[in-house]
Write a protein that binds this ligand. Structure first.
Ligand code: ZN
Length: 53
C-alpha cells in the first residue's frame, strides 16, 4: 500500500462540518467521536462528516 498524504488525511484527519454555523473543521476522527473537538466559531460540539449532503 502506497503512502499518499491524501490517503493518510482521509484516515486520520477527516473534515467535519458544524451543524450550527456550517463552518468546516479539520480534525482527527477519533477526537471528534470522543467529543473533544468543538467548533471554533460557535463552540458547539455538533459536528457532522462533510460527506453527508
Ligand atoms: Zn459552529
Amino acid at each position: 500500500m502506497a503512502k499518499f498524504p491524501e490517503a493518510e488525511a482521509r484516515m486520520f484527519h477527516r473534515v467535519f462540518v458544524c451543524k450550527k454555523c456550517k463552518s468546516k473543521i479539520k480534525a482527527p476522527i477519533l477526537k471528534v467521536t470522543e467529543g473533544q473537538i468543538s467548533c471554533r466559531k460557535c463552540g458547539k460540539k455538533a459536528l457532522r462528516p462533510i460527506r453527508k449532503k
